[in-house]
Ligand binder design. Structure first.
Ligand code: FES
Length: 167
């Protein structure tokens, strides 16, 4: 996960002044460009790892756009997140094809063995968990996607080995 000196650990912003400075800098470099708000949001997410409320408020203030507009864009585009994400995002598919082939059991294993719940991040910031609906490989169900990798026909017993391959 990208880190800046504004954060002490994933998901925790500790310095409001530095936060304001970073947002001012990002806004200044994008001012006047087409789609400036989206570019600013992308850069801010790249810097902080996600877009918590203080970051969205600072962007709204600095760009002089209503907070509702910022919120609207962040909730419209799935690549924006208002919750912290791990270095690796584990996406467990719970679409129909994966669900009937045991997707739910994979999720249960992650909860039981790694204490991970959807939308949560491990204390070391390495993994976070998401449920997704069909990643387009139904014939290889159940599927777990981690970053660019799609793990196919995953069994609960495979989960530990898969996660240990991510450093
Ligand atoms: S339902 Fe899981 S890949 Fe389609």
């Amino acid at each position: 996960m990208p880190q800046s000196d504004v954060t002490s650990k994933p998901g925790e912003i500790v310095d409001d002044e530095k936060l304001a400075e970073e947002i001012q800098r990002i806004v200044a470099t994008n001012r006047g460009h087409a789609g400036a708000l989206i570019r600013v949001l992308q850069e801010a997410q790249g810097l902080f790892g996600y877009l918590p409320a203080p970051v969205m408020r600072a962007i709204s203030r600095e760009m002089k756009v209503p907070l509702s507009e910022v919120n609207g864009i962040v909730s419209f585009y799935s690549f924006f997140s208002t919750v912290p994400k791990g270095k690796y995002v584990i996406q467990v598919c719970l679409g129909t094809g994966c669900y009937v082939k045991g997707g739910q059991k994979i999720l249960h294993t992650l909860k039981k063995e790694f204490d991970l719940e959807p939308e949560e991040i491990t204390p070391d910031g390495k993994f976070s968990l998401e449920n997704v609906r069909c990643v387009g490989c139904c014939g290889l169900a159940p599927v777990v996607a981690i970053g660019e990798n799609v793990h196919r026909r995953v069994k609960p017993a495979d989960v530990k080995g898969i996660l240990s391959s991510y450093k």
